[in-house]
Design a protein around this ligand. Sequence first.
Ligand code: HEM
Length: 417
Amino acid sequence: MDRTESPTSVIELFTPDFFQEPHTALADLRGQAPAQPVATPNGLRTWLVTRYEDARALLADPRLSKDMRKGQELIPRNFIDEEKRQEFLKEAGSRRQFAHELSEHMLDSDQPDHTRLRRLVGRAFTTRRVEALTPRIVELVDELLDAIALEDRTDLMDALAFPVPFTVICWLLGVPPDDRAEFRRWSNLLVSGVGTDEVRDASVAMVDYLRALIAEKRANPADDMITDLVNAGEDGDQLNENELMAMAFLLLVAGHETTVNLIGNGTYALLTHPDQRAKLAADSSLWPNAVEELLRFEGPVTNATWRYTTEPVDVGGVLIPEGEFVTISIGAAGRDPSHYEEPDELDITRRATAGLAFGHGIHHCLGAPLARLEGQIVLSRLFARFPGLSLAVPPGELRWRFSLMMRGLEELPVLHG
Ligand code: HEM
């Protein structure tokens, strides 16, 4: 491609204000054009796609690659300013180590690798295993609610939204309880989407940790998914050491960072929409539909769906050249007025589907059944237990995470009286 074709005007979208309230800015962009170049906080150019039909089509379009190993090579040429590019090149060695060791997983793979990896993990991530967890999740949630009942004021992110999905994914995979605090810290840094030394150190620590965990499961097999993944195989095909590590990493991180924010954002949305909450109090059979609507309205993944073009791709008349990054804004698609009536209204009785909240196409979320199960259990039990639950601060004082990957609250202080 002739690089002079690259766009010169790039929108500085991801400001602190954007993370506090992204929907107005996303609606503006959606109204202006189907795809626009925006700057990531790291100084990279990516094309943001904001309309539902385009988003759905591109999520499943094989001309867009998710192969992170090859995608790394495109990074230097997609920097907006030369200084940031030089900075990146200086640190490229250590970054590559991260990319190779933790990225040999299916979310960063194209066909045919993706099919192979997804089939192997599918054998370990069974519906039976997920459904069997229901009574344990209920018990865990009730214990956490008991603890919350003892305090007047609670940060629900810390007391509920985080511990449930995190504990559940650790149970599933077989991560020992003592290791969980460190693990949480690394995971948080890694999804921040910001490249700092701290993030790089966290990725190195994560690699060492997972290597040791896999060795432990080989030596002492248990009834958990990492053991199953170590043994998973058909026709002599097995996950190699890096693939195993990357798979465990993907499941651990994707398995909780997202669901934490389904719980946090969902609670927040209901606390600020008392009419919707009243409907749920009157009819608890509405909960499954409500969770779908909450995923559409304020889902955990607003923008984190990066891909790159392997050939020029026309998006509604905008030609994205080859070798450019593309970010499909699930958050913007979920509020597209050409697909949803009154999209900015939370309506838990609308015939809802999560829409694109779990992605679409070959990478559609593997953990969606688990996330829905956890979301329904946690939110329904929380609001049944504390009918008077309220925000402890005005909504405008809440801080949202500065993260390109996840939409979620830093803290969710509530009063339950
Ligand atoms: C993929 C969202 C929970 C595991 C995805 C994708 C999205 C998503 C949007 C596709 C990304 C893309 O195409 O670029 C969510 C949301 C969740 C959630 C909103 C919670 C509300 C979970 C859980 C697990 C999980 C609980 C695991 C236990 C995965 C995996 C993939 C994936 C393994 C990659 C699938 C593939 O590449 O074939 N998720 N996720 N997710 N998710 Fe989730």
